[in-house]
Design a protein. Structure first.
Length: 75
């Protein structure tokens, strides 16, 4: 804040208010980004705790490939 708080002009007051609002928004955005990072890190950590056999699952896209071949055969 400025030293002459009570003698601020309207433009100065508006400038301080706008700057404060932008900093508040930047803080909220940083908090949201940090929260997303923590959630992704937690999911990654849980994935590392799974046994190795769980990573050797069949490809889920194989079912879609089968449906594509079936529809082209029927049409």
């Amino acid at each position: 804040m400025s030293d002459n708080y009570f003698d601020e002009k309207r433009v100065e007051h508006l400038t301080y208010w706008v700057t404060g609002q932008m900093l508040k928004g930047a803080g909220i955005a940083a908090g949201c980004l940090l929260a997303i990072g923590v959630v992704l890190w937690a999911i990654y950590g849980l994935g590392l705790l799974l046994p190795a056999e769980s990573r050797a699952t069949p490809d889920p896209m194989a079912a879609l490939q089968f449906l594509r071949e079936l529809t082209t055969a029927l049409v």
